[in-house]
Design a protein around this ligand. Structure first.
Ligand SMILES: [Zn+2]
Length: 109
C-alpha cells in the first residue's frame, strides 16, 4: 500500500498543504494561482493515535485507530489504521493510500 497525495506549496512562505488549498495560502494569503502543485508520498511518522470504541456511523467498524501522521515532506494529516495492520506507536513509520476519501494507513515493516 503506497500512494501519492496531491497538494500545493506556497512560493511566498513555503507552506505545504494537502489537499490543495482551493482559495489561496492560508498562512500568508498568496493568491491561489501562485500556488505550486506538488505530490507528497502517503507515508510518514506517527505523531498521535487514538482508538475509537463508539462511533455514530457503521464504517469503519469499531474499534478502529485514528492516526495523526506527519507526512514525509509535508503537513500532518489524520488517517485510519487499516484492519490487520500491526499496532502503531508515536514515532513509528506508516504508509497509506486514499480510499473513498479517507487516508488508510498501515505500519511499515
Ligand atoms: Zn503562503
Amino acid at each position: 500500500m503506497s500512494a501519492v497525495l496531491h497538494g500545493t506549496r506556497c512560493p511566498a512562505c513555503g507552506r505545504v498543504a494537502t489537499p490543495p488549498e482551493p482559495y489561496g495560502c492560508e498562512r500568508c494569503g498568496a493568491l491561489v494561482d501562485t500556488l505550486e502543485p506538488l505530490e507528497l508520498p502517503a507515508s510518514g511518522v506517527v505523531h498521535a493515535t487514538a482508538t475509537v470504541h463508539r462511533h455514530h456511523r457503521p464504517e469503519p467498524v469499531t474499534p478502529f485507530t485514528v492516526v495523526e501522521v506527519v507526512l514525509d515532506g509535508g503537513p500532518a494529516l489524520k488517517g485510519v489504521l487499516v484492519a490487520g495492520s500491526d499496532p502503531v506507536a508515536i514515532g513509528d513509520r506508516v504508509r497509506g493510500e486514499v480510499q473513498d476519501g479517507r487516508l488508510m494507513l498501515e505500519k511499515e515493516r
